[in-house]
Ligand binder design. Structure first.
Ligand code: CMC
Length: 431
């Protein structure tokens, strides 16, 4: 971080101008350092953090105008092509790609922690069978604090590392078990000779009665989904993890909060919402009606899986997932499936329609990942849970970075108060 030049704020009420430093990172926009502004009796107003950098970070870089995404400087296209999810997780956590020995050691460490404390199965059993997997995950991941409190000293780098490994290892088991519980099938224990993606597929799809062999095309597609969703800068759920963690909270509580934030349909819930929308549209002949609704200012309906807060160009993850989507549909012979035909037609129309083109609303990664997961036989309700298990890698990297940052301050935004000014209460009989 270098100090560049200065910015000056002037006021038209006669107050003295304020000079503020400007900071420059290695890539991306310069920022005005407003930390001293409060001393002058003014704050900034920026709901939704449209123009506010809340932290400095070395992990992920996005250029939304150009459609670029880098993890630790590596373009997402190269990582998706040449790495597996363990290498990408190591990269996010440690800042460098592992060599062969480090990769093996890291994989062994994660594999060694994939099982859950046996008593955790009782926590699952406290939920209704028909509970949404994300509701179960918020609860069960949060409950890890009650099981693994031996490493709660977050100021200790070793404790932080152990918590990070445990989360990376156990969240897939929790996600798969939330599905098994919903189905009423027995929980399947992890098989540590399988890779991360295959192991998750095994825990989701295997039963004790039959041997399960993961389809290699689907396992590769699943690995891609994990890599593409692993981190995405300071999005809503990552910012939630940071805000919760800024008070010194347990890492398990922080990740549980991240899962809660991710669940919303404007964020990670979009992949599930996309498939629900496609089911509602039902037939190619009804696309026009839904496009019309999406454009209508008086209708709250939005085309799910389209648009992004940061990308004003095609999301690079969406480009990769689009290719994977076609690979999976080919491998499974599903190109003629009516739902996939409908999705492809919707994509075509939205890419040509002036409303979407002029607003730069491209299909996003969740549009394609939803289609891929459906083709793989994953139910809609599990889509966001899978997003959560991928994003756990990014959340813990961001959390670790924040906790070890010397500039860490508890997150505490200001507000523009618009409520009543001081008034005196009336006794209840006079109100
Ligand atoms: N369908 C129809 N119109 C849209 C859509 C959409 N999906 N997205 C944005 N618009 C319109 C919006 O009405 C506005 O129009 P106007 O300028 O006439 O008022 C304009 O485009 C700009 O929209 P915005 O709400 O200011 O954009 P935003 O940056 O605040 O919202 C978004 C981004 C992702 C929340 C939004 O595009 C959206 O709701 N998309 C659908 C949900 C979705 O797919 N979310 C997944 C995002 S990718 C996964 C992730 O990284 O979490």
């Amino acid at each position: 971080m270098t100090k560049l030049t200065k910015a000056t704020i002037t006021f038209d009420n006669g107050a003295a101008p304020i000079e503020l430093p400007m900071l420059s990172g290695t890539l991306g926009n310069d920022v005005i350092d407003i930390r001293s502004l409060g001393k002058h009796g003014v704050f900034t107003y920026d709901p939704g953090f449209m123009s506010t950098a809340a932290c400095n970070s070395d992990i992920t870089f996005i250029d939304g105008e150009k459609g670029l995404l880098y993890y630790r400087g590596y373009p997402i296209e190269q990582l998706a092509e040449h790495c597996n999810f363990m290498e990408v997780s190591y990269l996010l956590l440690h800042g460098e790609l592992p060599n062969a020995e480090q990769k093996q050691q890291f994989t062994n460490t994660i594999n060694g922690s994939t099982m859950l404390h046996d008593q955790l199965s009782n926590i699952f059993r406290g939920f209704r069978r028909d509970a949404h997997p994300m509701a179960v995950m918020v609860g069960v991941v949060g409950s890890l604090s009650a099981f693994y409190f031996d490493t709660m000293d977050i100021r200790d780098a070793k404790c932080r590392e152990i918590s990070a490994h445990r989360l990376l290892a156990k969240v897939p088991t929790i996600a798969a078990w939330s599905y098994k519980y919903n189905l009423g099938q027995p929980f399947m224990y992890p098989q540590n000779h399988l890779n991360y993606a295959e192991n998750f597929m095994h825990m989701m799809f295997a039963t004790p009665c039959e041997k399960y062999v993961p389809n290699p095309v689907l396992a590769k597609a699943f690995e891609r989904i994990l890599i593409l969703h692993a981190d995405h800068e300071q999005n809503a759920s990552t910012s939630t993890v940071r805000l919760v963690g800024s008070s010194g909270a347990s890492p398990y509580a922080c990740i549980s909060a991240g899962i809660a934030s991710l669940w919303g349909p404007a964020h990670g819930g979009a992949n599930e919402a996309t498939l629900t929308m496609l089911e509602e549209i039902g037939d190619v002949s009804r696309i026009g009606e839904f496009i019309k609704r999406a454009k209508d200012k008086n209708d709250t309906f939005r085309l799910m899986g389209f648009g992004h807060r940061v990308y004003r160009n095609m999301d690079p993850r969406a480009k990769i997932m689009r290719t994977t989507c076609h690979e999976v549909l080919d491998a499974l012979g599903l190109h003629d499936d009516p739902m996939f035909k409908l999705a492809m037609e919707l994509e075509k129309i939205a890419l040509e329609d002036d409303y979407f083109v002029s607003r730069k609303l491209y299909p996003n990664v969740d549009f394609y990942s939803g289609i891929v997961m459906r083709a793989m036989g994953i139910p809609n309700s599990m889509f966001t849970a899978i997003f959560a298990l991928a994003r756990t890698a990014g959340w813990i990297a961001q959390w670790s970075e924040m906790v070890s940052d010397e500039e860490l301050k508890i997150g505490r935004p200001r507000q523009l108060y618009n409520g009543c000014t001081r008034r005196d209460l009336l006794p209840i009989e006079q109100r």
